[in-house]
Ligand binder design. Structure first.
Ligand code: FAD
Length: 320
């Protein structure tokens, strides 16, 4: 029997999979079609590629900085240079921004090298049978493991594993906030010498110039736009049916940058229902050794790649 089933191939799932695979047998399952979770990269035909989740990594802790430096040296990551404009004028120290060499899920791909991974494989049911876990996939197939690690956001965890979580965990006040993201391609106009813009606006929070990441040559200008929290909350439940939501965000971008609307030749919208939990919980990770159930993820300790990574490292220590 395989030692560990890991639910989720995001930053925390791929990190714990990598750490455990040094000593145990591991399999990773993700409901999505590719790896990365909220750090995934959206690709469309004609070389259109957008980091529609994680924008960049700026490590703070010594432990995570060391890991990021290793990935920078082995060319998995690179720095995102150029002009990063901030119209909120927040007093934040300038920090180096790291991005994937090819896409922002490069970190996850690095972690998952050599590990058995299964995509488009949602786990729909879990059951603990005395000394092993039985997981059921949406195609009804059943698989047995000695231990189970769950890395999805809190609302999804509660839905799947309620029976196996104690009251303290079930009562945690975790609010995963939404985010609306729109990606657009414009016929190449003036190549703006700008890498990203943080807006001081009610609707549009952030725009990233994908071309400035210098990963590919394109005759189009590619931008990823992210809405403010306030506007995302207002629109998350209707963005699929109400087309005006995508257009409103684009219009705001056009108005604030002066780019030409009639040059837009591609646009897509994505709603992240469980995007960030701003409030930390008292836990960095959870390990229930009586039933061999582990839980890690950014929702426990802060909405950043670094927190997801630290949570997974903390869980690996507990297991060992
Ligand atoms: C729009 C946006 C922008 C962001 N920008 C930044 C940034 O610039 N810098 C930064 O540091 N952080 C950023 N973040 C936060 C960062 O994305 C997260 O902190 C981090 O990616 C969380 O990783 P995770 O592994 O904990 O969770 P996730 O990435 O959510 O991974 C959970 C995985 O579980 C899978 N899953 C869920 N349910 C099931 C199931 N039943 N069966 C199988 N698989 C399942 C999901 O598909 C997913 O892949 C951003 C987040 C968003 C949404």
């Amino acid at each position: 029997m395989i030692d560990f089933c890991i639910l989720g191939s995001g930053i925390s799932g791929s990190t714990i999979a990598n750490l455990l695979s040094k000593k145990y047998s591991v399999k990773v399952f993700d409901k999505a079609r590719g790896p990365g979770g909220r750090s995934s990269n959206k690709r469309f035909k004609n070389n259109l590629s957008f980091d529609h989740g994680v924008q960049y990594i700026s490590p703070k802790s010594k432990q995570f900085s060391k890991f990021i430096q290793k990935l920078y040296k082995n060319k998995t990551l690179k720095t995102w240079d150029g002009n990063h404009l901030d119209f909120t004028f927040e007093k934040k120290p300038l920090s180096v921004r790291y991005i994937g060499k090819k896409a922002n899920n490069d970190l996850v791909k690095y972690n998952l090298k050599g590990i058995k991974q299964f995509f488009a494989s949602p786990i729909t049911k879990i059951k603990f049978n005395k000394n092993y876990w039985e997981i059921t996939l949406n195609n009804k197939s059943k698989h047995h493991f000695k231990s189970l690690i769950i890395t999805c956001p809190f609302p999804q965890l509660k839905k799947l594993a309620k029976k196996y979580l104690n009251k303290k965990i079930l009562k945690l006040k975790v609010q995963m906030q939404p985010n609306i993201t729109v990606v657009i391609a414009l016929k190449k106009q003036k190549n703006l010498p700008i890498s990203s813009i943080k807006f001081n606006d009610d609707v549009l929070a952030w725009a990233a110039n994908e071309n400035s990441k210098k990963r590919f040559k394109s005759n189009m200008s590619l931008w990823t736009l992210q809405a403010t929290l306030k506007w995302s909350k207002k629109t998350i439940n209707k963005y699929k049916t109400d087309k005006s939501i995508m257009n409103q965000l684009i219009s705001r971008f056009i108005k604030l940058t002066g780019l030409k609307k009639n040059k837009i030749i591609f646009k897509r919208i994505h709603g992240w229902k469980f995007s960030y939990n701003y409030k930390k919980t008292p836990y960095l990770s959870i390990w229930n050794k009586k039933i061999n159930l582990g839980i890690c993820g950014d929702w426990l300790n802060g909405p950043k790649v670094e927190n997801a990574w630290l949570s997974a490292n903390n869980l690996a220590k507990k297991i060992k």
